[in-house]
Each structure stands twice: as C-alpha cells, then as structure tokens.
Write a protein that binds this ligand. Sequence first.
Ligand code: 4AD
Ligand code: MG
Length: 432
Amino acid sequence: METITMKQAAQFVGQEVHINAWVTNKRSSGKIAFLQLRDGTSYFQGIVVKADVSEEVFELAKSLGQESSIILTGVVQEDTRSALGYELLVKDIQIVGESHDYPITPKEHGTDFLMDHRHLWLRSSKQHAILTIRNEIIRATYQFMSENDFVKIDPPILTGSAPEGTTELFHTKYFDDDAFLSQSGQLYMEAAAMAFGKVFSFGPTFRAEKSKTRRHLIEFWMMEPEMAFVEHEESLEVQEKYVAYLVQSVIDNCQLALKTLDRDVEQLRKYTITPYPRISYTDAIELLNKNGFDDITWGDDFGSPHETFIASQYEQPIFIVNYPKAIKPFYMKVNPEDPRTVLCADMIAPEGYGEIIGGSEREIDYDVLAENIKNFGLDSETYAWYLDLRKYGSVPHSGFGIGLERAVAWISGIEHIRETSAFPRLLNRIYP
Ligand code: 4AD
Ligand code: MG
C-alpha cells in the first residue's frame, strides 16, 4: 500500500493508502470521530466510524491529543465541503509521537506568547500560508531571473564595507581585524555585473537598526540585481515587470494560502498591471504639503505616514524618483537635470506597506565617487577596489534591492513583518 501526502489525494480517490499526519483538532460522538489533520503539504479530515474499526482504534482516535503524530490507513474520498476537496475514511491508526497539553490551543494567544513559541507556532495554518507564499516568491524570483538571463552571484556576508551608511552595522571580530555583517551585497554585485552583464544575489542581510516597527527586521533577505549598460529608466521597467510577475505567480500557485489569509485576489490582480506610476520626490513633497502634511519640507526623508499617503493616491505600487542627494547613499549617480537630486527610485507598495524596493543608477565618474566617499566619512582605502571598477572599462549600470519579507507581508496582506520569517530576528528578540 502506498504512503501518500495530502496534496496527492486527488490521484488516489477510492484507494486505500497510508498518510503520515499530525492531529490539529478533533471532535467525536459515541459513534463517529472527526480528526482534523495536517501533514505539511495540506489539510485533511479523517473520519473514524466506530462500526468500521476495532474498539482500540476508535478509543485511540477519541484520545489523541492536539499535535499527536500518527500514521493513518484509510480510503480517500471526495469531500465537497472542505477547501481541499478530499477526506480519509479511516481504517487504522498507529501512534508515532504522543502530545499532551500542546501550548498553542485554538483560543486566542498574545503576540509575545506566540513569539516565545515560534518553534510550534509555525505549524498553524496562518503561519503555514505566509511561509508558503514566501516560498513561492523565492521560486518565482529564481524563475524570473533565469528567464531574463541573470546569473546568480553570491556576495560575501563578512565584509569590510558599509554601502548603506555606517550607523546600522553589526560588528564582529575577524581574527585580529574588524568586520561587519553584510548590510547589502550591492558593491560586490557591481563588480560581478562588469564580469557577467546581468547578475543577482539573494541572501541574508543585517541591519543593526534600533527600529521596532511592523516593517523592520534585524536580519532579512534581500534580492539584488545589478545590470551593466542599463540606465535608470530601464531598471524601473525591470522592477515593475518583476514585481508584477511575483504577484501573478502567487495568485496562480498559492490559492489555498491566499484563502487561508483572506487575501482579496481581485485587489492583487491590480498589481499585475504595468507600468507602475512614477512621481518625483519634489512633486511628492508638494502633494504632501497641499494635503495638510506641514511636518515635512524639501530635503527631508519620508516617514511611513508620508509614504502611505502618497501611495494611497494610486491603485498600484508606485515609484518615487529622484530623491535629494543628501539623504541617499554615496554611490548614487547625480541627476544631470537637477544636481541636487540623484537618479534613484523607491518602490512604495500600496495598502500602507511602504518601501519594498530601493534602487538607483550608479555613479561612474571616478572623481565624483572618490569625493562622495570622502564626504560621507568613509575610508578611501576600503573602497579602493570599488573605485577600480570606474577605471577599467566602466559602463553605465543600475540595480536595486527588494526586501523579501516586506514583499511577502504586502502580498500576503498581513499586519506585521515578523510573521514572514520562520525565526525572525527582532529588536530585543533572538529566542527561539
Ligand atoms: O533601500 P535599501 O537600504 O537599499 C539597499 O540596500 C541597496 N544597496 C539595494 C541595491 O540597490 N542593490 O534596502 C533595500 C530594501 C528596502 O527597500 C526594503 O524592502 C528592505 O531592503 N529593507 C528591509 N527589510 C526589512 N527590515 C529592514 N530593516 C530593512 N531594511 C531594508
Ligand atoms: Mg531604502
């Protein structure tokens, strides 16, 4: 007899099979027990009819604690009432691991309690749905990049440079020297783009930000493409195509997860339409000032209420382009049409999710860049290799970084970024 997963049920209707599972809930009367089951691939109901099984099996079914692990034997049946459409008419149950007094019960629990039990909370259907969407976004990213001829290059995690400013670095000893955990692979990816043309990285990044918001993690995953011979506007076109592709992939391949999360799919469909609107930083400031935001003037960075308001004027994700040079990193190319600003864009997600992508065209003028490095208080020697790229066959190039967890939070429609990571690292939390 075959052992199948719940996801494979459709191919086994009417057949007797084994299924390995955990019990999420159960109810029973004198004559019948209903087991709510999961096996990691999906959810399933097991029906145990007293008249059809031995007395021991029926007693066992009635006594199973929440999260007991079992091997079921039974016949797969269609079940039009369940989300999956199938159930198991149980013939036999073998217990694998008992479970008593499971801490997470179907009643409501507080966030701290759930975070302390993250190692168990992962099993719940909402968390399973979010991480399923995360997995799909990762899969679709590799597919998109491969279809568009990008080569994956892995930049180092232990680094000596600080692409995004020196205030948010994690220090560590590197034998007798100091090193930082990577806050972005970008500078290395620029070197790689000069070797391969179109490259991307996808890996963990670290920001020692003392931010305790629904958008910030201390450790997060970033996907960073870098493209040689590509100017700013062309990079924006890649970004919108890529994000629309992610949303479409989740709509196509994560129906059950979206349903579990109550995500409005019609809303998501709007985000598959490109191009996305563009608004300049300068126009965005004007828009804010006209609408009662007098706490911000030209030169300031946006706070999340500002981003949320600007995005709320549109139906799709938007690009805010050409920020002031002074509030962006040293490597961004100055805007020839307005040298107070740089050729950059942040993509702002709708529905209050804020910035999901930061990107720019890169400065390639050796002297301007050397001057920026000095002015930003960075050590020229550390960046000598980076300046070298401007000496030997330098070409216009652009790139961007998308925060995986922010994209997952937005596409899943969930409240807080902490649920997008299996074991999130947050300010004041490194357990479990
Ligand atoms: O805007 P950022 O800082 O840009 C860079 O690091 C560039 N070097 C990227 C590039 O051009 N190659 O970060 C990019 C994205 C943000 O838009 C956001 O989605 C995410 O990374 N991000 C965070 N996500 C979660 N928690 C944090 N603390 C984050 N900081 C940035
Ligand atoms: Mg940014």
